[in-house]
Design a protein around this ligand. Sequence first.
Ligand code: NDP
Length: 393
Amino acid sequence: MRGITILGATGSIGQNTVDLIARRPDDFTVEALTGGHNIDLLAEDARRLGARLAVTAHEDRYADLKAALSGTGIEVAAGQGALMEAAQRPADWVMSAIVGAAGLAPGLAALERGAALALANKETLVCAGPLVLETAARSGADLIPVDSEHSALYQALLGEDMTSVERVIITASGGAFRDWPLEKLAAATPEQASTHPNWAMGQRITVDSASMFNKALELIEAKEFFHLDPEIIEVVVHRESLVHALVGHIDGGILAHLGPADMRHAIGYALNWPARVDLPVERLNLAKIGQLTFEAPDPARYPALAIAQRVMRRGGLSGAAMNAAKEVALDAFLDRHIGFMQMAEVVTRVLDRIETDSGLIDAAFDLDNVLSMDQIARAYAWENVNSGVAAVT
Ligand code: NDP
């Protein structure tokens, strides 16, 4: 029996993980489940999976969770300290599926004690790549990517000599606005941005897919995870979301990874790694699919991609700054303080300022410095948002 903890169990990735675990009750025991506001779902899954501990990130929801699990014998806790405790409990395998920079510290805590960490939370490597990799190397923990593109790269690169890799190509669906006229994007609403042509995901990553900030984070994540030169990483728009990533070698050959647009493939791969097991996902019928299409991304439509290139070239703590500014810009967009295209403007202005007036950008990669950079960038981003950018009506 493998001990499992799911950080962010009530989210989209968390629920897909719960689905896989619940199908094999004889193979897994559940140490801890964490969630945020969705107390009912957290309690229901904790009961269903027989979790030892259930944690909500919000202290003011402790009483609700306690009441929902009364009489079950399941331990209940709340708040940031409790999230850390959940990560530190002795599970063999931990899913990191909290959204945003909030997932960094619990994920690191799991790595520090040597647990295998299935990494869905892309912000972890974007904010603190060197720290995360160094922590895993020190404790001997396995770090297994869950983002579909990175899982695809991981699988395509198995057994390959990295010196023969000359290109790494990550695919992007193009998001909700891929066919919108460019001039309409400024007026796009949060509701319109919260739909995805191919994937069912949490709202934040869905909006990030429309802006391609999601792809920007993935570029940085790929650079960190696979130690890649930024110049060899490419993005191609692939509307069908069936090819997740490709690896080009110096002999001109390209290896592609294909799979259905179902996160249970990448999650299941990470859950069973290094073995492969039968997973409850659709098998692709290539003849029925007929054709796969690829297009170059339009830089005017997706300014986030150039921002990612800038961050990868600058290095240091600029990834933490970019991510924090992006999280604030996304909140501001969802709250209708700024328009869709202004998210990239906010992030760019924050990076301009961080690069010129914060010596912190080249500070050592420790958690304190990463969190300080996160706070500074958030403050700069809010200043920017509040400095008179027109509200969207
Ligand atoms: P969701 O928004 O669906 O779920 C997020 C989870 O984190 C929920 O359990 C939520 O709790 C919890 N949570 C939210 N805020 C906090 C906080 N401040 N502290 C602790 N817990 C919190 O996100 P997704 O599942 O879509 O994404 C999770 C991560 O995986 C993200 O980093 C995303 O980029 C990445 N990812 C997601 C993919 C997908 O298909 N969804 C694909 C690849 C990567 P509650 O809902 O109870 O409030």
